[in-house]
Design a protein around this ligand. Structure first.
Ligand code: TMP
Length: 223
C-alpha cells in the first residue's frame, strides 16, 4: 500500500481557508484520490474538546504555555487516531492548519521561543511533516474584517490587530525557511485566480507526481 500524502492549509483569520479546503478536496477526489479532511486544533473527540477550551472567549486567562501544550496535546491525539492511520491506508489527508500555525500563533503571536516549539514538534510528530503546505496570505485588515463578519469572535479572533500582523510575519518567515514545502498563495485576488494558483501548485510538485491531472478546466476553478 502506497502511503498517502499529507497536505495542510494555513493562513491568518479570514483568508478563505474553508472555501479553498472544499475546493482542494473536490479537486483531488475528481482525480481519483481518496481524501480525509480534518482540522486543527481538533479532528478527534478529545481534540475537539480541547479546541473548545482553546477558543472559549469566556474562560480564565489562558497562559501562553498552557495554550501551546493544549495545541500539541490535541495534535498528538489527531496524529495517532486520524492522520497516521489514514496515511498508512493510502488516503491523502487534507488538514485545515497544523504545526505551522503553532509557529505563527504561539511563536509569533505569543512570542514563545522557536526552540521550545521545535522540541514539542519533535516529541509529538517524530518524523511526520506535511508533504505540501499551502499558505493563503492576505493583508491583515482584509482577513480580519472578513472573519469578523462571521459573527461572535472566539478567543483568537478577539486579539488586537498587532497580534495578527505578527502572526502573518511568522507565517511568511516559515514560508521563507521551507520554500520546498510551503507554497505561498496570494489570497486577496478573485477566488478563481486563487484556485488556479492552488491547482498549479498541486500539479507541479514532485512529491505529488502520483497525481496524473489534466489541465484544470474552467469548471475546476469556478466553484
Ligand atoms: P480556525 O479558526 O482556523 O479553525 O483555528 C482556530 C484558531 O486556532 C485560529 O485562530 C488559530 C489558532 N491556532 C493556534 O493558535 N495554534 C495552532 O497550532 C493551531 C492549529 C491553531
Amino acid at each position: 500500500m502506497t502511503r498517502g500524502k499529507f497536505i495542510t492549509l494555513e493562513g491568518g483569520e479570514g483568508v478563505g481557508k474553508t472555501t479553498n479546503l472544499i475546493f482542494i478536496k473536490d479537486y483531488l477526489q475528481q482525480h481519483g484520490i481518496s481524501v480525509v479532511v480534518s482540522r486543527e486544533p481538533g479532528g478527534t473527540q478529545l481534540a475537539e474538546k480541547i479546541r473548545q477550551l482553546l477558543l472559549d472567549n469566556n474562560s480564565e486567562a489562558v497562559s501562553e504555555t498552557a495554550e501551546l501544550l493544549m495545541m500539541f496535546a490535541a495534535r498528538a491525539q489527531h496524529i495517532k487516531h486520524v492522520i497516521e492511520p489514514a496515511l498508512a491506508q493510502g488516503h491523502w489527508v487534507l488538514c485545515d492548519r497544523f504545526t505551522d500555525a503553532t509557529y505563527a500563533y504561539q511563536g509569533g503571536g505569543r512570542n514563545i521561543k522557536i526552540g521550545t516549539i521545535n522540541w514539542l514538534e519533535n516529541l509529538v510528530q517524530g518524523t511526520l511533516k506535511p508533504d505540501l503546505t499551502l499558505l493563503l496570505d492576505a493583508p491583515v485588515e482584509v482577513g480580519i474584517s472578513r472573519a469578523r463578519e462571521r459573527g461572535a469572535f472566539d478567543r483568537f479572533e478577539s486579539e488586537k490587530i498587532g497580534f495578527f500582523e505578527t502572526v502573518r510575519r511568522a507565517y511568511l518567515l516559515q514560508a521563507e525557511l521551507f520554500p520546498e514545502r510551503i507554497k505561498l498563495i496570494k489570497a486577496n485576488q478573485p477566488l478563481t485566480d486563487v484556485q488556479l494558483a492552488i491547482t498549479d501548485v498541486i500539479r507541479s510538485l514532485p512529491c505529488l507526481s502520483t497525481l496524473t491531472c489534466p489541465t484544470p478546466s474552467s469548471t475546476d476553478s469556478v466553484k
